[in-house]
Ligand binder design. Structure first.
Ligand code: C5P
Length: 264
């Protein structure tokens, strides 16, 4: 699905001439968001009247690269997604866009997005639409790390809270050494062939097995034996998961509007 023939063409007439896109971004927005309980998929929850996914589309298509965005959404949101793209992506953008229906698990949604990327793409970033305020600088940091090192790169933040292992009843059993632990975010970046190969062997998980589904692409790559490096993450790339996160994102948006988001 695409907004027009040009939007689905990896070399649209209005993109920089003779420049095939080498950067692909898979923006996953097809989750149901059950932990949030908002009644709409969480990528379509609104902040200041704009669905979260709109912020991600705007950031990705403002990156100074010739690129292709594969936007993965629930099947019944495709028309809405195409309208958003028309509103957000300038006509003369160097970015082409494809809208793809999502899968049953996050990694299946990513695979569907990967399948929609043109052959010229050599570097892929996967980003959660539920992290609407990841900055252009963070995207660039990840892209640079992948292209310089040739391996996968993910943003990570140190953990400042004391970490405990608890049982199902909430009883504490031990304090975990936090020194070697980090909290990992998106966008996560990969050499395209490596990510595609890792996803081609990833299995779906159901029933009792559901807890072992990979929750990010770094995990998919690691399970297939790949090396993943970290780059510094940022607080503003916070993910919407529960209602409390909505207030935090609201605050990040306000700081951003005030033009001081670099501090985050
Ligand atoms: O649920 P979770 O927070 O792990 O979702 C992270 C991102 O993955 C969200 O942007 C969500 O829309 C996306 N996702 C998806 N397809 C799924 C599950 C999650 O695109 N089946």
């Amino acid at each position: 699905m695409s907004r027009s023939a040009a939007a689905n063409d990896p070399t649209p007439a209005d993109a920089a001439p003779h420049t095939l896109p080498t950067l692909g971004v898979v923006l996953v927005a097809a989750g149901r968001g059950e932990r949030l309980g908002a009644g709409v998929p969480k990528a379509f929850v609104e902040l200041h009247g704009r669905p979260l996914v709109e912020f991600g589309i705007a950031t990705v298509t403002s990156l100074p690269h010739a690129g292709h965005l594969a936007l993965v959404v629930p099947g019944d949101r495709a028309a809405e997604a195409l309208e958003l793209i028309d509103q957000v992506v300038p006509e003369r953008s160097a970015w082409s866009v494809t809208v793809v229906p999502g899968g049953r698990e996050r990694h299946e949604s990513v695979r569907f997005g990967l399948d929609a990327l043109p052959a010229s793409i050599d570097t892929v970033l996967v980003h959660d639409a539920a992290r609407p305020f990841a900055s252009v600088e963070l995207f660039e940091r990840v892209i640079e790390a992948v292209r310089k090192t040739g391996v996968s790169a993910v943003p990570a933040l140190p953990i400042s809270d004391t970490v405990k292992r608890v049982d199902a009843a909430g009883v504490v059993h031990e304090t975990v050494d936090r020194a070697p632990l980090v909290a990992v975010q998106t966008p996560q970046g990969f050499p395209r062939e490596l990510l595609a190969a890792a996803h081609s062997t990833a299995q779906l998980h159901d029933g009792e097995d559901a807890g072992s589904a990979p929750t990010d692409d770094a995990e998919v790559v690691q399970r297939s034996g790949g090396t993943v490096r970290t780059v510094p993450g940022e607080v503003r790339a916070h993910k919407l998961t529960t209602q409390a996160d909505l207030a935090l994102l609201e605050a990040i948006l306000e700081v951003n509007v005030a033009g001081v988001a670099e501090a985050l």
